[in-house]
Design a protein around this ligand. Structure first.
Ligand SMILES: Nc1ncnc2c1ncn2[C@@H]1O[C@H](COP(=O)(O)OP(=O)(O)OP(=O)(O)O)[C@@H](O)[C@H]1O
Length: 439
């Protein structure tokens, strides 16, 4: 969801655009020696810590790190043994650079052994529906019958959204216990990880034996009848029953279009640069026209002392319409600087039609610790929900992003988003998450 690129001057075809954008991305990168970092984790039994020394991937720091060394240190102050939870490991093999299997065998497995994490419940995804299937068949029945679960999820944001939707597919019994989730950021953007562990770069490993967890705030997006979930690179679509749940972002307009357009095997091989490439396409159409102005009505639900009230934004055309529960959509892309980790507040980020250069300028400010929210053209406010009615004839402009998934609404269709009150999972927190200690 990163879109900060300079304008390519020679953009006659999609292929040229992609190549140009990629060159620009590469040319700004400085070669750096791979960094080493160390993590210290208490063992599950509490008598000792393990110290793991890792090194960033030499070729690309976006690939998982290498484990250099692992050692044990007796603790002066032994902890009580951690409470036992049924532990599952999910390796999402389609996420990010598709390194979940090697990350497991090279890094996770030795750390599990040293810390005392024993689990025979290893699940490797085989298809787009694997996590939903596992949740329906294993995790939901267990959680709903009061079995405390700990799920170590090596995935991008998509794995979490599948898990949440699977757990909310059926009504909860009074004895439902929200599973604890350890998120290992193996995706491309990893918005949830970077928003809950700001500044951290330890691949979620320090949460592995952490005993601190906090409810993950979520929202529900309800769509007009006939809306379809696009799958298989938008080659087919599914009926999803009108409601989807998420924890990161709902958007319509430029953001949703570039997430949708960049979700193909061709774009995915470029890693995080795929968002920049799609932005190039969206903001600088090949016929030199302005970026599309999205026609629709947008209302926000504002809280007040008495009861929340729907208020319409008096613009009929829009470029960027986004509601988020998180601060970062990528490690350095701060979409909502006022959002606290797992704080549960929803924020609107909105601006109207403008030139490609101006949209780039505004989004570029997001990389400067979220300075775009101070721009006079950007509307930034705390909201309880959002309703978007789309007035577009072409289905291309009726795509909505729900945590990276894309829903296409019918002509005249709408989406309504509201924060959910009750937690469905708890996120286990590792490094730099001290605010959770107070819970
Ligand atoms: N073996 C597989 N075959 C096909 N699809 C898979 C497989 N494993 C996972 N997937 C799918 O790949 C997608 C990966 O999405 P995910 O969000 O985890 O990674 P990402 O898009 O790279 O990261 P992010 O959302 O953080 O940018 C999901 O839709 C998931 O269902």
């Amino acid at each position: 969801m990163d879109i900060c690129v300079d304008r390519a001057t020679d953009s006659d075809s999609a292929e040229i655009n992609v190549t140009m954008a990629e060159k620009e991305v590469k040319s700004t990168e400085q070669p750096q020696a791979p960094k080493e970092f160390t993590i210290k984790l208490p063992s599950l039994y509490g008598q000792f810590d393990i110290v793991a020394q890792l090194q960033e991937n030499e070729e690309d720091a976006a690939h998982p790190p290498r484990l250099l060394n692992i050692s044990k240190m007796l603790r002066d102050d032994p902890l009580p043994a951690a409470s036992s939870r049924e532990t599952h490991i999910i390796l999402s093999t389609g996420s990010g650079h598709q390194k979940a299997n090697s990350f497991y065998s090279d890094v996770l497995s030795p750390i599990f052994e040293a810390t005392g994490i024993t689990s025979t419940n290893l699940h490797t995804t085989k298809s787009e529906s694997s996590i939903l299937d596992l949740t329906r068949d294993i995790f939901f029945p267990a959680a709903n019958s009061a079995i405390p679960l700990r799920i170590i999820l090596a995935s991008g944001d998509g794995g979490m959204v599948d898990l949440i939707n699977g757990l909310l597919a059926l009504p909860h019994s009074p004895s439902y216990i929200p599973p604890d989730i350890v998120l290992l950021p193996l995706g491309t953007a990893n918005a949830l990880y970077h928003s809950t562990h700001p500044g951290a770069n330890t691949w979620g490993l320090s949460a592995l034996t952490s005993r601190t967890s906090k409810p993950l705030p979520t929202y529900t997006a309800t769509f007009s009848p006939g809306s379809r979930l696009l799958v298989d690179e938008a080659r087919s679509s599914l009926d999803f029953g009108q409601a989807l749940h998420g924890a990161v972002v709902v958007s319509w307009g430029m953001h949703a279009s570039l997430v949708a357009d960049s979700d193909s095997a061709t774009y995915r091989q470029h890693g995080i640069a795929r968002f920049k490439m799609a932005a190039q396409e969206a903001l600088y159409p090949s016929d030199a026209s302005l970026p599309h102005a999205y026609r629709g009505s947008v209302s926000v639900l504002r809280s007040s002392s008495e009861h929340p009230t729907w208020v319409e934004i008096h613009d009929t055309v829009h470029l960027y319409v986004l509601a988020t529960l998180v601060s970062h959509l990528e490690r350095t892309f701060c979409i909502s600087p006022s959002s606290a980790p797992l704080g549960g507040d929803m924020y609107l980020v909105h601006f109207g039609p403008t030139t490609g250069d101006d949209a780039m300028r505004i989004m570029g400010l997001a990389y400067q610790a979220g300075k775009h929210v101070d721009d006079e053209n950007v509307r930034y406010e705390k909201i309880e929900g959002i309703r978007i009615a789309m007035h577009e004839a072409d289905e291309r402009w009726r795509r909505v992003c729900v945590d990276g998934k894309i829903v296409r609404v019918e002509e005249g269709g709408w989406v309504e988003v509201r924060k959910r009150e009750r937690g469905v999972v708890n996120l286990v927190l590792g490094e730099l998450s001290t605010s959770a200690q107070t819970f």
